[in-house]
Ligand binder design. Sequence first.
Ligand SMILES: *[C@@H]1O[C@H](CO)[C@@H](O)[C@H](O)[C@H]1NC(C)=O
Ligand SMILES: *[C@@H]1O[C@H](CO)[C@@H](O)[C@H](O)[C@H]1NC(C)=O
Ligand SMILES: *[C@@H]1O[C@H](CO)[C@@H](O)[C@H](O)[C@H]1NC(C)=O
Ligand SMILES: *[C@@H]1O[C@H](CO)[C@@H](O)[C@H](O)[C@H]1NC(C)=O
Length: 509
Amino acid sequence: MKMKELKFQLLFIFLCALAFCCLCTATYSDGLMRIGLRKRQLDLDTLTAARTLRGRSAGRLRSSHLNGDSDVDIVHLKNYLDAQYFGVISIGTPPQNFTVVFDTGSSNLWVPSSKCYFSIACYLHGRYKASQSHTYIQNGKTCSIHYGSGSISGFFSQDNVQVGDLVVKDQVFIEATREGSLTFVLAKFDGILGLGFQEISVGNVTPVWYNMVDQGLVSEKVFSFWINRNQEAEDGGELVFGGVDPKHFKGEHTYVPVTRKGYWQLEMGDFLIGNHSTGFCKGGCAAIVDSGTSLLAGPTTVITQINHAIGAEGVLSMECKTVVSQYADLIWDLLTSGIQPELVCSQIGLCNFNGAHQASDGIEMVVDKQSMEGSANGQDILCTACEMAIVWIQNELRLNQTKELVFKYVNELCESLPSPMGESTIDCNDIGKMPNVSFTIGGKSFVLTPEQYILKVGEGDVAICISGFIALDVPRPRGPLWILGDVFMGAYHTVFDSGNLQIGFAEAA
Ligand SMILES: *[C@@H]1O[C@H](CO)[C@@H](O)[C@H](O)[C@H]1NC(C)=O
Ligand SMILES: *[C@@H]1O[C@H](CO)[C@@H](O)[C@H](O)[C@H]1NC(C)=O
Ligand SMILES: *[C@@H]1O[C@H](CO)[C@@H](O)[C@H](O)[C@H]1NC(C)=O
Ligand SMILES: *[C@@H]1O[C@H](CO)[C@@H](O)[C@H](O)[C@H]1NC(C)=O
């Protein structure tokens, strides 16, 4: 049975990176970090394959009491191919059920509207009918949200929302009247329930979690996620509002502060491949914990090294090799002469003096991976290649390698450059030989084994293996940024503590 499923569609979702609301409100201008990610083709082989689009086998929703604490609410999640995790909520009186992704990378709730006439996605999913709810309150202000996987637009409405056993009163949410992405057409979920901070809520709407706390529905200002990476298991995972389920972690949580409210953002230290420091985040990198993103996204500079280490096929990059072959001696001389590494690429004329990739003012950035692809101007591509080469070379220099060895390695890395915004497939037989990778968070090492960071789709000879890492570049000063998606959260039970503004991780169980 499974063997036949070679034409598997794997829908990776990428919900973080909420961009901006254009129409909702005039007061939406603040100093927030917003990453407008390009819509990307995240589907593997998807688009041809037929699928029972109606097969919305709604995630089971069941609530129970935990340790006799009545102020805890449990939502059971359903796991679809390790790429989508969702659960059921209901809106209105009498309740209308919807399957939603619980997304810590955005802060609004939306479901398709019965007034959505022109988007296929709406017809394939449950739609909210305001006229059939006697707790509905009209609002009507229009708005739109841009996610990494596509955008939606619609208008605000207000109604009661039931999550698990809890009824959140007077929740403002979006009735989507347009869903502009194939991701949403193929999605197993109807809508999205954002669990991020109000700072990134479109229309500055009070998020569901805030109302849950304000209405006294939970005793502790904490919610926690357990994501089950076992696709066969009945239970896809568990989201607990108001507490932590001791059944689903081992040992103690390591807590780190939220460094920026908006996303659940934290400061991350060095990233290691095997025992080898990549050096890239030694001085600290920002990371956001995002249950709405399927994979793990990180800077191209590091992802390329991972690809190299795990033998992932990459796109041969002429630009990268050009820099290495033509500028190697110059770069070497400059780096060993003690010049500031950040200045090297501008000194040799490959980057603008300030660095072509510096964010202008950082208020709002567009993550533009396309510039790696060759559509952008050549100057930019060479600059990017040069900047990556500098990081790699510096790291090798620390190991006292000879010039020849350093450039041999850097040249190899050029071949492992990930295809722009694409996943990398690898040979499943090599999983046993791949190194562990580790993230340093709160001074502690969080290891991912190959079994955890490689996604295996299908079985036996027809299995396809995909690297759980994808490249994403956010310019300084906001970047470099990591997105710790489901691949990471599957390995580490995560506590989102909004009372103390901290995030905790412990080994999942
Ligand atoms: C909505 O979900 C609840 C809980 O799973 C279920 O009991 C109820 O029958 C569902 N209602 C509809 C109309 O499907
Ligand atoms: C990593 O380091 C540990 C201890 O420092 C050592 O035992 C182990 O063999 C090293 N592994 C590799 C792959 O180098
Ligand atoms: C690299 O070489 C320098 C001088 O030759 C030496 O002082 C330093 O300890 C070496 N570093 C490593 C990591 O071997
Ligand atoms: C990888 O990590 C796992 C779990 O931490 C550990 O058991 C294993 O020995 C590690 N493998 C290597 C090659 O270091």
